[in-house]
Design a protein around this ligand. Sequence first.
Ligand code: ATP
Length: 257
Amino acid sequence: MTQELILETRGLTKEFRGFTAVDDVNLKVQEGHIHALIGPNGAGKTTVFNLLTKFLPPTRGEILYRGKPITRMKANEIARLGLVRSFQISAVFGHMTALENVRVALQRKLGTSFHFWKSERSLDHLNDRAMELLDEVGLAEYADVLTVEMPYGRKRALEVATTLALEPTMMLLDEPTQGMGAEDVDRIVELIRRVSAGRTVLMVEHNLSVVSRLCDRITVLARGAVLAEGDYQEVSRNPQVREAYMGSEAAAEEASA
Ligand SMILES: Nc1ncnc2c1ncn2[C@@H]1O[C@H](COP(=O)(O)OP(=O)(O)OP(=O)(O)O)[C@@H](O)[C@H]1O
């Protein structure tokens, strides 16, 4: 079996004024996997995600994509290499229809190619492709609906469609099921499974049932460092992982008491 790494971090560290939020993290994501980053509150998941997606510069360490350093590249540069962060809902335009939003994403991908705009047929082609992408995420019937009028779960699916427009090799998803009811969660799980075919996915996810259903490999962070790594069976049996989660639950209960 080939075990090609697509994304790797070496000694990734982020300090905020002396506080180490991410501490010497060596992450290895295998090509084709759905890989989850989990951990109790404050473990550093979001900070790692923001380092990988270039929202934050690391204090130390390296990020490699397909063996090449991307540590100092910008978000749009890594997107061109195929490493794409799913857009936030705030980046989807509410006053546009679902179809128009996907079209804008496709246009963004085409960017500078001026010749493209000269032909009526290319615009038709753009519409066809946008429709295909909507269909892929189960939103064909929402094509002409204004985004602002779409239910929350459907907006997240639209966000995935706009990400797919950039033809990612690897997708980075930040809590894709956050704030969703059970029905939407199931739909997004199926969607991620479907769009992960032929791709690699790295996701930060709080919902452990989602992680157990979807992920090939899981990295558990605690206090900024990697606490455990393995498949769901392995990490959920790990006593240190259980303790880290229980500790944080007890702390949360205490805080809300
Ligand atoms: N910009 C910042 N300045 C200072 N400290 C920060 C900053 N961002 C994050 N931190 C701290 O770094 C630690 C890790 O935060 P992070 O948000 O990455 O954790 P998380 O695992 O995503 O948590 P949660 O599950 O609660 O979202 C926390 O203690 C947080 O307070």
